[in-house]
Design a protein around this ligand. Structure first.
Ligand code: DGL
Length: 277
C-alpha cells in the first residue's frame, strides 16, 4: 500500500507527445495522485509499425514504468491500446505482474460514443495502425450494436504534430483531405472520435473542415472520468497509487528536445529525464 513517503505513481504512456493531452485531463480530474509520463519519442510514430513492433516497444515501456514504481498504467495511445493492450493484459501481466494493471483509451471511448449520435452514423479518425486493427469497430459493436462505424486512417497527422508543423498550410491540406474522405463514406455522420491522442492539438482545424452539426470527441476528459470511476470501483488498486500531487516525465529521446515540444503541448513547463530503452 502507498504511504506518505512511497512513490507509486500512475504511469501514463504514449509513443511521443500525444498522451500529454490525456495526462492534462488526468491531472485535472485526479490532482491528488502522482503521475509518471513516459513518451517513447525516440521511436515515434507507432502508427505505421507492425503489431509485433508496437507490442514489443509498448511492453518494454510498461516494464520500465513498473520498475519505476507504477502499479497502474494507462496506455494513453490508441495505437498501443489497439495493438498491444490485449496481449499485455492476457499474456504478460499474469506472468510478470499479476497484481498490477494496464488500461487503454479505446474502451472508455467506445462505451459512451453512442450517447452522442442521433443519426447512428459514427466516424473514427486514427493512425493507420489503429484503423487497420479494426478495434473501434469491434468494441463499439459490443456497446452500441445499432451504430454504423466509418473509419479513416490519417497517417500524416502524427508526423506533422510531432514535428510541430501542424499550424502550417501543409497540415491544412491533409486535414481537409482526411476529413472529406471520411464524410464521403457517409455524409450523415454526426459524431467523430478523435481516435489518436495527438489529434486534440488539431481539433479546431479538423472542426473547420466538417459540417457544423458534427460533434468531435477527444479522449482526455473521457479517459479521466473513466479512470476516476475505475479507482472508485477498485479500492485495492487505488490503495497502491501514491498521492503527493507529483508529476514526472520520462523520454526515450533527448530530454531537451522533448521538453521544448512537451511544454508547448502540455501548456506548462515540462522537465523530463532520459530513459534508456
Ligand atoms: N498518440 C498515438 C495514438 O493515440 C499516436 C501513435 C503514433 O505514434 O503514431 O495512436
Amino acid at each position: 500500500m502507498a504511504t506518505e513517503k512511497t512513490y507509486q505513481p500512475i504511469g501514463v504512456f504514449d509513443s511521443g507527445f500525444g498522451g500529454l493531452t490525456v495526462l492534462k485531463e488526468l491531472v485535472r480530474e485526479l490532482p491528488q495522485y502522482d503521475f509518471l509520463y513516459l513518451g517513447d519519442s525516440a521511436r515515434t510514430p507507432y502508427g505505421s509499425r507492425s503489431f509485433e513492433t508496437v507490442y514489443e516497444y509498448t511492453l518494454e515501456c510498461v516494464n520500465h514504468l513498473f520498475d519505476k514504481g507504477c502499479h497502474l498504467i494507462v496506455l494513453a495511445c490508441n495505437t498501443a491500446s489497439a495493438k498491444a493492450l490485449r496481449s499485455i493484459q492476457q499474456k504478460d501481466l499474469p506472468k510478470i505482474a499479476p497484481n498490477k494493471r494496464v488500461l487503454g483509451v479505446i474502451r472508455p471511448t467506445t462505451e459512451i460514443v453512442g450517447n452522442y449520435s442521433k443519426t447512428k452514423q459514427v466516424g473514427v479518425l486514427g493512425t493507420a495502425g489503429t484503423i487497420h486493427s479494426n478495434s473501434y469497430v469491434v468494441e463499439i459493436e459490443k456497446f452500441f450494436p445499432d451504430l454504423n462505424v466509418y473509419q479513416q486512417a490519417c497517417p500524416m497527422f502524427v508526423p506533422l504534430i510531432e514535428n510541430n508543423e501542424f499550424e502550417n498550410e501543409g497540415a491544412d491540406f491533409f486535414i481537409k483531405k482526411y476529413a472529406s474522405e471520411l464524410m464521403q463514406q457517409q455524409p450523415n455522420i454526426d459524431t467523430i472520435i478523435l481516435g489518436c491522442t495527438h489529434y486534440p492539438l488539431i481539433m479546431d482545424k479538423i472542426k473547420k473542415q466538417l459540417p457544423e452539426n458534427v460533434t468531435l470527441l477527444s479522449q482526455g476528459e473521457i479517459v479521466a472520468k473513466s479512470l476516476k470511476d475505475y479507482l472508485h470501483r477498485h479500492p485495492e488498486m487505488e490503495a497502491n497509487c501514491s498521492k503527493q500531487s507529483r508529476l514526472d516525465f520520462l523520454t526515450t529521446d533527448l530530454p531537451e528536445t522533448f521538453n521544448k515540444a512537451a511544454t508547448l503541448f502540455y501548456g506548462e513547463e515540462v522537465k523530463s529525464e532520459h530513459l534508456q530503452v
